[in-house]
Ligand binder design. Structure first.
Ligand code: ATP
Ligand code: MG
Length: 727
């Protein structure tokens, strides 16, 4: 996982303005605009790795350092515990450690715990960690037996109903209206949902969604409490806003009241939680809601090499739906790196072994284990990788860094270090790195730690890695603060614990694609990429399939440098090779048909493109030279309002042809070609297949189906009678 951006600490008493300006040094002009626009609503729409999170953390730090934002008045919200931990780390390194960075859930839980006695009375009910069991019980009470898949889907429906604030009796109508694919009869689900709620009440428990629902309820009903919260938090920043659920949005509105100090950032192409009711509409419609909002777009990708970015853009080029309409073509700012590697294996264990072997190579070539991740679609896939990495002697971590300070071994170590610091009095230790490091090692040895890692894997190795991280932290601390004592270190650790600023634990990260959101590594292995896993079999509707594609996009864009995509053809050795690589890689991986090259890219697939393609600057309007960000403009390669050199007659003929084809196939016209693509064709008037294929929006399938017709029209001939047909 990425280490926090380290920022030099400033001498006490340094000029506040100067120290605030220093925060802006590492930002590009658009990011700087985000960071310095501290008032009013701000919306940042930008692709993966363009520095959204960086821009908002610097914005907070700039506001705090310049004295314009009180740290305690800012609430930064994000979606996963890992991301929140990461953000706390970044804020702290930037000198804004006093700012709260939390998930919606943890921020709400904290408020609920605090206000419960006053609002409701008594203690907060126990939190139900896993719903599935209780849903099964509710099903049984209703006389309904659910198999595993149904249980998962019914639970998903209950979660959806709750985040959309739908009560059981309203579920059937609401689900129908929303076009939900219910796993069972909707009335049955409503009945299970009602029983589940009852069981929960009987047992004095609340679930994950209740935390938000109850907080919303209290804030709605109790103006005194709402006012108290509003007087504390005056400025809100939301990362990953594309995945906000209606319930989270409601909570955010209640926190805000009638104020508008809100900064949201997101990327519609990374919407991966719509199955839970989340929607990118709040992000995309932000300006409708706040017409005076400052809108900033970022296009430079600072994270990944041109090779990784090319693949990411290629994946998005095939995406459809509202999010895709707003996609932003990424432009890598990094030096070229290795081409993405596609690897096919006979079976899953062979794939895991191959991945482990490749990871060993990377580690011996100097890539730290903590900078490598293996990402999969579902958690059950981790086991075979745990085994393979353990067999290969590679350390790995499954647990998120965010719980670091809650780990038993860490708590024990902190206790021991505090004790040692006290008994050592305040004598400064020798001021060199080794000395404080060895003091810490000595203290930790007394709790059973050894300098060498234990053999094997599992819990013992995991614990060792936690303590090794503490030792490294002590060494870094001593280096940064020569002359620091064990007591100083104990204070630093206490501050970090309070801020949940975990040190980086060395070890390959094993995580699901969903959990990897917002994070980055030098080397990423996307594994198990078979059709059926990505997209997952239960993704049925077009929207569900699109979400799976975005999930893969999220995975690809986690890699800074090395990216490997792999799949196994059967589940176990000797099994029948019934699996196929993910359909999303068609046209992108070598040997799966040509990829229609993007405008400005060479007419070769990603592998060839990987060989040292030069750094590309953002796409510019071919008429006025402005940087283009909108997908539609990128298709045209000019601003919407810049004069077009289109052959109007040709455009009209193409439109007529499109209308006829659409009618014949019973499709809306834009399914044949969108207006933008048609315009781009009329502007380019391509003379042959290759030229036509290079127009964005003309994919392999469209080329196949309509290429001959379009080329004929462009050549001034009559199109054929629907040659190509439907695939
Ligand atoms: P995601 O969509 O995946 O959440 P993001 O837009 O939030 O990505 P960041 O994580 O903020 O992107 O940034 C990606 C990487 O690029 C980070 O390592 C960050 O430090 C680096 N980066 C961002 N902006 C700059 C910049 N102006 N100069 C140098 N590095 C930068
Ligand atoms: Mg981010």
């Amino acid at each position: 996982m990425t280490a926090a951006t380290h920022f030099p600490s400033f001498p006490a008493g340094a000029e506040a303005a100067e120290s605030a300006d220093a925060v802006l040094l590492g930002l590009d002009p658009e990011q700087r605009e985000v960071a310095t626009t501290l008032r009013g609503p701000v919306c940042v729409l930008a692709g993966a790795g363009t520095g959204k999170t960086r821009a908002i953390t610097h914005r907070i730090a700039y506001g705090v350092r310049s004295g314009q934002l009180m740290p305690a008045s800012v609430l930064a919200v994000t979606f996963t515990n890992r991301a929140a931990g990461e953000m706390r780390g970044r804020l702290r390194s930037l000198g804004a450690g006093g700012v709260q960075a939390r998930t919606f859930h943890s921020a709400a839980l904290r408020q609920l715990q605090y206000f419960w006695p006053r609002a409701i009375g008594g203690d907060l009910p126990r939190l139900l960690e896993r719903k599935v069991q209780l849903v099964a019980e509710a099903g049984a009470r209703c006389g309904l037996r659910l198999d595993r898949g149904e249980l998962r889907d019914v639970t998903g429906e209950i979660e959806w109903a709750k985040v959309t604030q739908t009560v059981p009796s309203d579920y059937p109508a609401a689900a129908l209206k929303a076009g939900r694919e219910a796993p069972r009869d909707m009335a049955e689900i409503a009945q299970i949902y009602a029983t589940y709620e009852q069981l929960k009440r009987d047992r004095a428990m609340i679930d994950f969604e209740d935390v938000l629902l109850l907080t919303v309820g209290i804030l709605q009903d109790r103006h005194d409490i709402a006012e108290q919260i509003r007087s504390q938090y005056q400025h809100f920043v939301v990362d990953e806003y594309q995945d906000v659920s209606p319930l989270q949005q409601r909570l955010l509105e209640l926190w805000l009241g009638d104020r508008d100090s809100l900064c949201v950032v997101g990327d519609a192409s990374q919407t991966i939680y719509s199955f839970t009711g989340a929607t990118p509409d709040h992000l995309l419609d932000f300006r409708t809601r706040y017409p005076n909002a400052t809108l900033v777009k970022l296009v430079r990708d600072y994270r990944s090499t041109p090779q990784v970015v090319h693949l990411a853009n290629g994946l998005l080029a095939q995406a459809r739906g509202r999010a895709a309409e707003h996609r932003l073509e990424l432009v890598s700012q990094r030096e070229p790196g290795p081409a993405p590697v596609y690897a096919e294996y006979a079976d899953e264990p062979a794939e895991a072994e191959g991945v482990a072997a490749r990871i060993r190579q990377l580690i011996s070539a100097g890539v730290p284990a903590g900078e490598i991740a293996v990402l999969y679609r579902i958690n059950a896939q981790s086991e075979v990788y745990e085994q393979a990495l353990a067999d290969a002697g590679v350390p790995y971590q499954l647990r998120g860094a965010e719980r670091f300070f809650e780990r038993a071994e860490v708590q024990k170590a902190l206790l021991a270090l505090r004790g040692a610091a006290r008994s050592g009095g305040n004598d400064p230790l020798l001021d060199d790195v080794v000395e404080l490091g060895s003091q810490v090692r000595a203290v930790l040895s007394s709790t059973g730690w050894t300098a060498e890692p234990p053999a094997g894997s599992g819990a013992v190795r995991d614990q060792w890695e936690s303590l090794a991280a503490l030792v490294r932290l002590a060494e870094d601390f001593a280096r940064a603060r020569p002359g620091a004592t064990l007591a100083d270190l104990a204070i630093e650790l206490e501050e970090r614990r309070a801020a949940q600023h975990a040190p980086t634990v060395q070890g390959v990260t094993l995580a699901s694609l969903h959990a990897a959101k917002g994070l980055e590594w030098d080397a990423v292995f996307l594994v198990g990429l078979t059709d059926g896993m990505v997209p997952i079999t239960y993704a049925k509707t077009d929207e569900q399939i699109e979400e799976e594609r975005r999930l893969l996009y999220v995975g690809v864009t986690r890699a800074r440098h090395h990216l490997t995509l792999s799949w196994g053809l059967s589940r176990s050795p000797g099994g029948r090779a019934t699996r196929r690589p993910s359909r999303f890689l068609n046209g992108l991986r070598p040997g799966s048909g040509a990829l229609a090259p993007r405008a400005g890219a060479p007419a070769t697939g990603p592998v060839a493109a990987g060989r040292g393609r030069a750094r590309r600057s953002p796409a510019r309007c071919r008429v006025c030279g402005r940087t283009l960000t909108e997908a539609g403009e990128l298709k045209l390669l000019r601003c919407e309002d810049c004069p077009s050199d289109m052959d109007e007659g040709l455009y009209e003929r193409l439109r007529e042809w499109r209308a006829a084809r659409a009618k014949e196939q019973g499709l809306p016209a834009y399914c044949v070609f969108t207006d933008k693509t048609l315009m781009a064709i009329a502007e380019a008037a391509p003379g042959e297949d290759g030229e036509l294929a290079s127009i964005p929006g003309v994919g392999v399938r469209k080329l196949d189906r309509y290429g001959a017709d379009v080329l004929a029209i462009c050549a001034g001939q009559e199109p054929g009678d629907g040659a190509g047909g439907d695939a």
